[in-house]
Design a protein around this ligand. Structure first.
Ligand code: NJP
Length: 223
């Protein structure tokens, strides 16, 4: 039976590329984001293996419901890609906007926890995997970056969750790219990492035998 992956932030960039790559590799994919129209278009492109579920990951009941719907549609949950994330328009601390920090922390930090909390009972049954999009910004110090600090949380949490999940044979992976050419930025970044490059890394982590827990994949642009 095909294994099933639920992806948050599947409507564009890294999440959309990973949906296509994972479906190509034989996974069923449940696609979550707020933009229902984009999810429907992507699901139509992928075909029967895909299920579009409009969902705001900052609403705990919506992500819990999306996970339930995924399990009912495909019969199991084998992996989660907690990838939805956002930045801020006003960088730095002194010039930063506390309301923007609040909203970003909700998506980048709390929503990852909500997804993990709702998914773990299912992943325990499948001895499954939880993959999170961290960042180079969560491994290095960047001047005044509150965004970077949310990814330091992700980096720390991924390791801690890996230790919790290994008790029952589960695995947790953090993917930490440098700059990726996605709609995260207003301008195209053609020389930087491509979303398909990150998708390849996620699929690699998901396809390893049970004896190999890929804890982190760090990818840098090569320009
Ligand atoms: O960006 P983008 P990426 N509920 O803007 C979704 C990290 N990263 O692919 O809801 C549900 O194309 C949003 O969907 P929608 C980054 O921090 C990036 O680059 O429809 N979904 C969209 O699908 C993030 O964690 C770079 O608007 C919500 C997706 O998130 C991840 O990569 C470098 C949501 C964002 O897609 C994917 O970002 C790096 C919500 N409340 C790490 N809010 C980079 N691009 O350079 C947002 O190291 N989304």
């Amino acid at each position: 039976m095909a294994r099933t992956l639920i992806i948050t932030g599947a409507s564009s960039g890294i999440g959309a590329a990973t949906a296509k790559a994972a479906a190509e590799a034989g996974w069923n994919v449940a696609l979550c984001a707020r933009s229902a129209d984009k999810l429907e278009a992507l699901a139509a492109e992928i075909g029967d293996r895909a299920l579009a579920i409009a969902c705001d990951v900052t609403h705990r009941e919506q992500i819990a419901d999306a996970i339930k719907r995924t399990v009912s549609a495909f019969g199991s949950l084998d992996a989660v890609f907690a990838n939805a994330g956002t930045g801020v328009a006003k960088p730095g601390v002194e010039q930063g906007d506390p309301q923007e920090w609040h909203d970003m922390i909700h998506v980048n930090v709390l929503a990852v926890l909500y997804a993990a909390h709702a998914a773990i009972p299912h992943l325990r049954k499948s001895k499954g995997q939880f993959v999170i999009t961290g960042s180079k910004a969560g491994r290095d110090h960047l001047k005044g970056s509150v965004y970077g600090a949310t990814k330091w949380f992700v980096q720390g949490f991924a390791g801690n969750l890996a230790e919790e999940m290994r008790e029952w044979g589960g695995r947790c992976t953090v993917i930490t790219p440098g700059m990726v050419d996605t709609p995260f930025f207003d301008e195209p970044k053609p020389g930087k990492i491509q979303p398909e490059d990150v998708a390849n890394a996620v699929v690699y982590a998901l396809q390893q035998p049970a004896t190999a827990a890929v804890r982190e994949i760090h990818i840098m642009p090569n320009d």
